[in-house]
Design a protein around this ligand. Structure first.
Ligand SMILES: Cc1cc2nc3c(=O)[nH]c(=O)nc-3n(C[C@H](O)[C@H](O)[C@H](O)COP(=O)(O)OP(=O)(O)OC[C@H]3O[C@@H](n4cnc5c(N)ncnc54)[C@H](O)[C@@H]3O)c2cc1C
Length: 424
């Protein structure tokens, strides 16, 4: 008789690996099916040749240092450090200091009405800012679009407010941190601690056939014919973008899936890591430079350095609809577009900047068939539907992954880790 697992986990990102660890501890018989040749999913760490310095093409920050993530880092003795919270903003063609960036953004968030049942798009909400200083208003738009990777016409303020809720679980809600090691290190360590044979890489799930208490999963592996796996239960951690693309066929499709997918969207991000020959940004301000901003009318309006580490890297960031638009352009065009904005912000001629570039690293998440975007956000009126949604269908299908979470952990590695902690 063909082997029937207790559980099949689809996806070896943070959610899948966290789930695997929990199942291993409870003695369950399971397998993780992962489409890529590597673990980590949207945690995608690389090293330059001969360098120990980690570079992150996906997740980079630990937002607020929440308990579960800190516990994992502690367990694997991975130190983490505070990101320097200095912000410069382009105003009247000059970079100027922008004090208390996160406090100011937080104050504007507080204007979201708490009325039950009420929702509106973030775009309309910002339009209503009548007496707000134009630079602050534009920074807020840029911040929400960038941080949440969202189309502000589609993102609801209720969903935005939900991400701002705090539960005292974090070291410091507004502070950002970075692990000292590659972000994927603790995920690798957890995977190494699993029994042999738990992880199948290069295994693309294409079809799920199920009835209560039984699941059959059909996969593609390389050029070989279809491979099937059977289990009593399945935990699906694939990103919202993958679920929306319908690249996985359902037999039958769970009804709640449509409700869920109409409540959330996959946001888009373009992130480019530039390795420069010198740290020219250290001359831009008397204080160490960490974040640079300009208005949302520009492409790549947010840049940061690796401060407090003095490393020759700058990261260019674009979130929201412009990120999607850029995803359709060539890599060279995206790089040139980013450098144009940096030139405008720093007033260093483009030709000189080009000479300073040693190389760059990027990954087009929007075009990646196993992500189809960066991370999820809640649409207008989406919170209502999400409120009544169950992540467990007939004790057989379980949804995990950042997109399945509510509150401030949506869209984060922490949210993914928490979502995988299922008792099944
Ligand atoms: C550019 C970028 C920057 C980010 N920055 C941060 C940050 O600073 N801090 C932060 O906390 N979060 C950040 N995030 C978000 C964070 O990376 C994600 O929320 C988190 O990693 C999601 O984990 P997950 O397990 O839910 O999904 P994933 O990591 O996407 O894991 C799902 C897995 O499913 C696999 N899969 C997909 N389809 C199939 C299939 N058909 N068959 C088999 N396997 C499949 C995928 O390959 C993937 O490995 C960022 C994301 C991006 C893209």
């Amino acid at each position: 008789m063909k082997h029937v697992y207790d559980v099949i986990i689809v996806g070896a990102g943070a959610a899948g690996i966290s789930c695997a660890q929990k199942l291993e501890q409870s003695g369950k018989d399971f397998v993780i099916l992962e489409a890529r040749p590597r673990i980590g999913g949207r945690v995608f760490s690389i090293n330059e040749q001969d360098s120990t310095m980690p570079l992150e093409l996906g997740a980079e920050f630990i937002h607020g240092a929440p308990r579960k993530t800190v516990d994992y880092l502690g367990q694997y003795e991975i130190p983490f450090y505070d990101v320097l919270d200095n912000h410069l903003v382009l105003k009247n063609s000059k970079l100027q200091k922008f004090e208390n960036f996160f406090d100011k953004m937080g104050k504007l968030m507080k204007r979201i009405p708490a009325k039950p049942g009420f929702d509106m798009s973030v775009h309309d909400f910002i339009k209503g800012f009548k007496n707000t200083e134009p630079t602050l208003k534009s920074m807020f738009r840029s911040f929400v679009e960038g941080f949440h990777a969202a189309d502000l016409h589609q993102m609801g303020v209720k969903g935005l407010k939900d991400t701002e809720e705090t539960n005292g679980d974090s070291l410091n809600d507004t502070q950002m941190f970075r692990p000292m090691s590659r972000y994927d290190l603790f995920l690798k360590r957890i995977t190494e601690s699993l029994k042999p044979g738990r992880l199948e890489l290069n295994t693309v799930v294409e079809e799920i056939t199920w009835e209560p208490g039984h699941v059959k999963v059909t996969c593609r592996r390389g050029s070989s014919g279809p491979v099937t796996y059977s289990a009593k239960k399945i935990v699906l951690t694939v990103p919202v973008g993958v679920l929306k693309s319908e690249s996985i066929r359902w037999n039958p499709k769970p009804e709640v899936l449509n409700t869920f997918l109409s409540s959330v969207n996959m946001g888009h991000v373009q992130k480019i890591i530039f390795h420069f020959h010198e740290r020219f940004w250290e001359n831009l301000s008397k204080e160490p430079v960490s974040f640079l901003h300009c208005g949302p009318e520009n492409y790549f309006p947010t840049w940061w350095t690796l401060q407090p580490m003095r490393a020759p890297f700058m990261i260019a960031w674009q979130g929201g609809p412009k990120a999607w638009e850029l995803s359709l352009r060539s890599e060279e065009e995206r790089v040139n577009t980013a450098l144009l904005t940096l030139s405008k912000m720093t007033r260093i001629p483009l030709r000189s900047l080009n000479r300073l570039v040693q190389c760059w690293y990027t990954h087009n998440w929007s075009e990646d068939p196993f992500a189809r975007g960066a991370y999820s956000y809640v649409t207008v009126d989406g919170m209502k539907a999400l409120g009544s949604l169950k992540r467990n269908i007939k004790n057989t299908i379980y949804f995990a992954g950042e997109g399945s979470m509510k509150g401030p952990s949506r869209g984060t590695v922490h949210g993914a880790l928490l979502s995988g902690q299922l008792s099944i």
